[in-house]
Design a binder for this molecule. Structure first.
Ligand code: AVJ
Length: 314
């Protein structure tokens, strides 16, 4: 991980338009800040998808065409804290659906916490966490006869540029059988007045989340980024439906990254892009489904139409 980290940081900061990969937000501090982000009043995404899971669980079960008597694997890509998923698990469990819940994550720790909370709150739900790569686990499951329902929530796919999202979908489709389903949660394209505050909260939590990338580079790669010389700057272009986060250098400066034996110069107002958060509509969704076998069979939205859970069938 650290070698990849080192290589990715070097590549990103050496480019003409500097970038840092958003996947590196999530160290222990970043995980905790993301939990705070999900609770912020401005961050509507989590609340909107929770609304779907809480108030439309019956509709979700219906559009997923689940059969109470046929065993299925409910696979979740990424463990999270399970707040949304538990609503669906409870509805399925109450109606005696025959299933196993299989969260997949690279973090053993996240899986351990999720298992403990599911066991405590829903003791009759079968949970089998799998630590590892999403696609390796799915490839193994493809050998079994059981129908698979994949959950990929929270607009996590939005961090991928469209070409990468398309590749992700193709790979997902290749690792599923005909008829398997995917519940794909995405943020919807909407006005700047709603999207931008979600990435620029009044308390400055997102700013800390963004700047934590530099703290991480300082700690792990022995660098000397001055956190007071970079500001957090989110942008959103409604026409494209893409929010981007940047760190902007407030002065001409040079930063040394000792483990790379290199220095990097930043001009005043130079931007480092740290995140892409793509928003969707049916047209963009069809685009990323591309030539894969996954087809849209339905879509459920929250009461305010902010967020959508697409139901896809392979
Ligand atoms: C977890 C990728 C969905 O893009 O909205 C939140 C991450 N970044 N605030 C998003 C995030 C800044 C989030 N996703």
């Amino acid at each position: 991980m650290n070698n990849n980290f080192q290589r990715d940081i070097d590549l990103g900061l050496s480019a003409q338009n500097k970038t840092l990969p958003s996947k590196y937000f999530y160290d222990e501090i970043g995980d905790a800040l993301f939990v705070e982000i999900m609770k912020m009043p401005e961050y509507y995404l989590t609340k909107a998808e929770f609304d779907i899971f809480k108030n439309k669980s019956q509709e979700l079960i219906k559009v997923l065409k689940l059969n109470p008597s046929t065993f299925f694997e409910l696979v979740e890509l990424g463990a999270g804290d399970g707040t949304k998923t538990k609503q669906l698990l409870k509805a399925l469990d109450d109606q005696n659906y025959n299933f196993e819940y299989m969260p997949i994550d690279i973090s053993k720790n996240a899986l351990k916490h999720l298992k403990a909370s599911v066991n405590a709150e829903l003791p009759t739900v079968r949970i089998t966490p799998k630590q590892g790569d999403y696609f390796n686990v799915l490839a193994d499951l493809k050998q079994s006869e059981h129908p698979i329902v994949v959950l990929f929530l929270g607009s996590n796919i939005g961090n991928l540029p469209d070409e990468r999202a398309k590749e992700f979908i193709q790979k997902l489709s290749d690792n599923l059988k005909v008829g398997d389903r995917v519940l794909l949660g995405v943020d919807l394209i909407k006005s700047e007045s709603i999207v931008l505050p979600a990435y620029n909260d009044a308390q400055g939590i997102t700013k800390r989340f963004n700047l934590n990338l530099l703290t991480r580079i300082n700690k792990e790669l022995d660098a000397n980024f001055d956190l007071n010389s970079f500001t957090h700057q989110p942008e959103y272009i409604e026409q494209e439906g893409i929010a981007r986060s940047f760190l902007v250098s407030t002065k001409d400066q040079t930063v040394a990254i000792r483990s790379l034996n290199k220095t990097f110069t930043f001009a005043k107002n130079e931007k480092i892009q740290t995140e892409t958060s793509r928003k969707y509509n049916d047209y963009i969704m069809k685009g990323i489904l591309g030539e894969s076998s996954l087809k849209i069979i339905d879509r459920l939205t929250d009461s305010q139409n902010l967020f959508a859970d697409y139901i896809l069938e392979n």
